[in-house]
Design a binder for this molecule. Sequence first.
Ligand SMILES: C[S@@+](CC[C@H](N)C(=O)[O-])C[C@H]1O[C@@H](n2cnc3c(N)ncnc32)[C@H](O)[C@@H]1O
Length: 335
Amino acid sequence: MSHQAGVGQGSGGAAAQVARTPAPDHSARGTGGRDRHAEGRWRSRIQVPDALRHPRAWLRAILRDACLGVLQAVHFRQPENTLISSSRTYWGDLRSERKQEDSHWRGAGRFEDDARWLALGQEHFEIYEEFSRAVNFRRPRRIAEWGCGGGINAVRFGPLADVFYGIDISPDSLQECARQTQSAGLHNFTPVLIDAANPEAVLTRIESCDLVISTYVFEALPSPEYGVRVLRIIGEVLSPGGMAVIQTKYKERGRATASRRWNYARNLAWNATYRIEEFWQLAKSCGLSPKMVKLQPEQPLVSDRNYAYFCLRKVPEADRHAKEDETPGRVSASF
Ligand SMILES: C[S@@+](CC[C@H](N)C(=O)[O-])C[C@H]1O[C@@H](n2cnc3c(N)ncnc32)[C@H](O)[C@@H]1O
């Protein structure tokens, strides 16, 4: 996804945003050899502040952060239905390359670099393997991916199982994922198109699974409450003893990393964020037993940050009732 879109996403707000603005390419100005060396010596002695080097970008970032501050301070929120329908519109038409990149299609945007595309899937697979070893998880027979996009995970995890369900709200991505799995020689990919307004319909469309994965999707769900709906569905889809590997974007203190809840497309990768312990508790309330969490504060492959991978096991029914008796049912969520 376009991981740099949105307001106030950089660490440290305005300053970090300006720091990401590419420096002007002086070599293109055609200054001759001697002058260029002189300029290099001059630049190495004097540190020009970003605000002076790129004043317009700096001002824009300040204004954007101020707007975000105001919107969040007044708890501005678009209604859930509006956010859901914006997400449907956004992912419903992927003709632009930008949106294909957002959907992690092979060859699109930053994924023109095929090694990067493969490396992202490999990272997810290594996290899955690490979790599996730690909790002694056996090889899955049926896998479901929530939000399969362009197939980064499908081509890597597909060979493990008899069936790989790719669940998505985007018909274009499901087609692309089918294309990728076919060209990888896989014949178990089963596309499952769902309506963003009714994710629960998936429960009547697929068989129970041993493994559910979801990467770079929870952050792009319309709201944190919607994410809880998906977690609940995952809890139901998993067979007893099954495992889920769910990646979320974690929220820190302050406004910059809070869920946006307005202008879905602009805030794409920051629509639903959770505190780590909050997501842990929410998973429990959905019948899942959190076992481990792995943090990834920086993700250079997509130039984004604040990722948490949760290893969740499906609690067998009997245990679940026993645990419900023991623990208070309330979850302290700060949506
Ligand atoms: C950034 S891509 C991630 C693709 C893949 N999981 C990966 O890691 O490369 C996000 C995907 O989530 C899908 N998506 C967005 N909202 C969804 C929803 N409510 N339910 C299922 N999938 C959704 C999008 O269509 C897109 O394919």
